[in-house]
Design a protein around this ligand. Sequence first.
Ligand code: GLA
Length: 427
Amino acid sequence: MASFGALLVVVGLMCPTAEALDNGLALKPTMGWLHWERFTCNTDCDTDPRNCISEQLYMQMADVMVKEGWKEAGYEYVCIDDCWPSHKRDAKGRLQADPNRFPGGIKKLADYIHSKGLKLGIYADVGKNTCAGYPGSLGYYETDAQTFADWDVDLLKFDGCFMERTLIAEGYMNMSKALNKTGRSILYSCEWPLYEWAIKQPNYTAIREYCNHWRNFNDIFDSWSSLKTILEWTASNQKIIVPAAGPGGWNDPDMLVIGNFGLSHDQQQSQMALWAIMAAPLLMSNDLRDICPRSKELLQNRMIIAINQDPLGQQGYHTARLMDFDVWERPLFGNRLAIAIMNRQELGGPRRFPISAVPGWKICVPQCNVTQILPQYKELGVQSHQKELVLSVNPTGTTLLTVTPLSSNLRKLHWNNTAVQKEHTLL
Ligand code: GLA
């Protein structure tokens, strides 16, 4: 194992130049569960008690997270989205939870979630109202930040509806300062760039200084077409957004919808693989009380989670589009590389893709150890750069691999590259 000091040096070298929000949080992409995509703004607890936005929903999700291995896999935050508050602030101007749906109040819910060893997230909005029309925080940033701190909340998702676009940046910065002022560690999840793109290119250096992660693009839906637009947007804007990501601050392509209704199993594998490559927060929005074993296994896949949480903290890039395949690559700690090859064709059967077409395969001169993680785990062993390894990728599916250059190559590369290093013992 690498020493902690060596780790710090490498992480330090790879860090984006901009400072991250200095609250010690999100050193790796956040993992947890968020209600929005699956449960939306269902407030009808009379006719649909099991699926409405109520304290029970989060308590049940937390119970399952502990019992069914989610917590052990790393999923930690149980997050409330829109539609939790009462339509009116209290006499002191504070937000309050809807009394019928949250009879115990948020503090009691936080205590419950904490008793399970998990963390609680809440939702508010930088503007006059939330997107679903509940009270927004405009004019109340300090009050609301203090209220959330008093309730022992651990994460705030801060939305951007009903706000003058020219004031978005200032609003998000002010809420960040207000959270900091409470003295409680509250992870700050922003939608600042998503709303600011409408008027100009956001300043990602500033965003990274104030937020722990940030949504850039439209809300995810439970469909392959929605996923495709998110990937397209990310690839088209990667030069702007990828350098901003690193320990403490991440690009957020929105929730994982694995385990719902709209994606085939291959498409679910594509989402998991690409969210790992993108160093994305892994916030599932599904019903953990009722999820099929294959989706569960995929979401709990330790090897994919390890790529997502890799200590180097370097977000991956889209590196090629060839023969209607998309290639994405992410450098990992220890000179390793994760490679995702997605078959974009929505016609026919599995198609063959030669690994030599992956731009990063050049690190495998003369040899790499290759592990296939998706569509199923398979050690492909030592592969020489010359020998043609051909992969098979299902339509809309993804083959996910890690490649590790054999240490003898590294030694050789170093020897060849710098005469000075010949004086030293390498690796
Ligand atoms: C916006 C956000 C979503 C969700 C809804 C809630 O659309 O982008 O993630 O929070 O608001 O109303």
